[in-house]
Design a protein around this ligand. Structure first.
Ligand SMILES: [Zn+2]
Length: 288
C-alpha cells in the first residue's frame, strides 16, 4: 500500500507546513480532518497564498486499514532512516524521515485511548515553538518526553523517544504532537481540523480562513516524570482517566505478583491503556 502525500506549492515564498495523520493506524481523527481540509482547498475555500502545505492523510496505511496502532513496531519510537529496513514500520520510517527533513513546521495529529481533554506534547521553550503551540487550540502542554525516556534508560539521549517531532527537531524544525482527544470521539476531528486551519493562518499560508477564536483559559503545563511499561499480566489499580489527579503514594497499578506501582508524587496519570499489550507503554505520570 503506497503512502499518499499531497503538496500545494504557492508561487509566493513562505514556510512549509507538514501535517501528518494516522502515524498510529488506529488514530484516525487527523486523517478525517485532513480529508476535510483537502476538499476545502480543492473547492477554493482555503487558498494557498504563500509557502507550501504538505499533507499525509495516512502515514501508516497498513495499520490504518487494520485499525491497529502499528503493524510490527511503534512508528513513533526510535524513528530514523534505516539502511536495511527489516519490518513494515522501518519501511514507512524511510518514507517519512525525508518528508520531516523537508518541512519547516510539523503538526502531527494523534488521538488517545482514554477520555480526556486534548493536549500537546511540547518540546522546548523555544519561542518559535511556543508561538506555534499558542495558536493550535488546546490548553494543556506536556513537557519532558525526551528527558523522561533518557532518565529511565540512563542514556544522555534515548533513541526510543524519537518520533516524528523529535526527529524533525534534530534538523531545526518546529514540531508539535497534538493529541486531539479519544480515538472514537467525533470532537477529536474538530480539534484536529481547527488546529490545521490555525496553523495555516499562523504561517500566512492561508490567512483568515475560518480559524476559531482562541480559548483564553490559562495553559496547564505538566512535566512528564515517569514512563511505565507493562512488563507482565499486571493490572491498573482502576480504570484511570487521562489527566486524573493522584496523591503521592496512591496505588497506580499492580504487577502480576501483586507488587504495587505507587505514584511518586502528587500528580497526574497520563495516557493510561487498560488494554495495553505486554511490552508497550502502559501509562505515564506527570506533575504540574
Ligand atoms: Zn498516537
Amino acid at each position: 500500500m503506497p503512502v499518499k502525500t499531497v503538496s500545494y506549492y504557492s508561487p509566493n515564498p513562505g514556510p512549509h507546513l507538514l501535517v501528518l495523520g494516522a502515524v498510529h493506524g488506529n488514530e484516525k481523527c487527523g486523517s478525517a480532518a485532513i480529508a476535510k481540509i483537502l476538499s476545502k482547498i480543492e473547492d477554493g475555500d482555503i487558498p494557498i497564498l504563500q509557502g507550501t502545505a504538505t499533507f499525509v492523510p495516512v502515514v501508516n496505511p497498513l495499520a490504518y486499514e487494520r485499525g491497529v496502532r502499528y503493524v510490527d513496531h511503534n512508528l513513533n519510537r526510535d524513528l530514523r532512516v534505516r539502511e536495511n529496513p527489516v519490518d513494515y514500520e522501518d519501511v514507512i520510517g524511510n518514507i517519512l524521515c525525508p518528508l520531516l527533513k523537508k518541512c519547516d513546521v510539523l503538526l502531527d495529529l494523534h488521538s488517545n485511548h482514554s477520555e480526556g481533554r486534548a493536549f500537546m506534547f511540547a518540546g522546548t521553550d523555544d519561542p518559535k515553538e511556543e508561538a506555534f503551540r499558542n495558536i493550535l487550540g488546546p490548553k494543556i502542554e506536556i513537557f519532558g518526553w525526551t528527558e523522561a525516556y533518557a532518565r529511565i534508560s540512563g542514556k544522555a539521549t534515548d533513541q526510543t523517544s524519537v518520533g516524528t517531532v523529535e526527529y524533525a527537531r534534530m534538523f531545526g524544525k518546529t514540531g508539535i504532537t497534538l493529541e486531539c482527544g479519544q480515538h472514537n470521539d467525533p470532537a477529536a476531528v474538530d480539534v484536529a481540523f481547527a488546529a490545521v486551519l490555525n496553523a495555516l493562518d499562523f504561517l500566512g499560508i492561508s490567512p483568515d480562513k475560518g480559524k476559531l477564536p482562541l480559548n483564553q483559559e490559562p495553559v496547564l503545563r505538566l512535566k512528564l516524570e515517569g514512563v511505565y511499561w507493562r512488563t507482565d499480566n499486571g493490572r491498573l489499580a482502576k480504570n484511570w482517566k487521562h489527566l486524573e489527579t493522584v496523591k503521592r503514594g496512591e496505588v497506580l497499578a499492580f504487577k502480576a505478583n501483586g507488587e504495587t506501582i505507587l505514584a511518586p508524587d502528587d500528580g497526574y496519570v497520563l495516557l493510561p491503556r487498560i488494554d495495553c499489550p505486554i511490552g508497550d507503554e502502559w501509562f505515564y505520570f506527570g506533575i504540574r
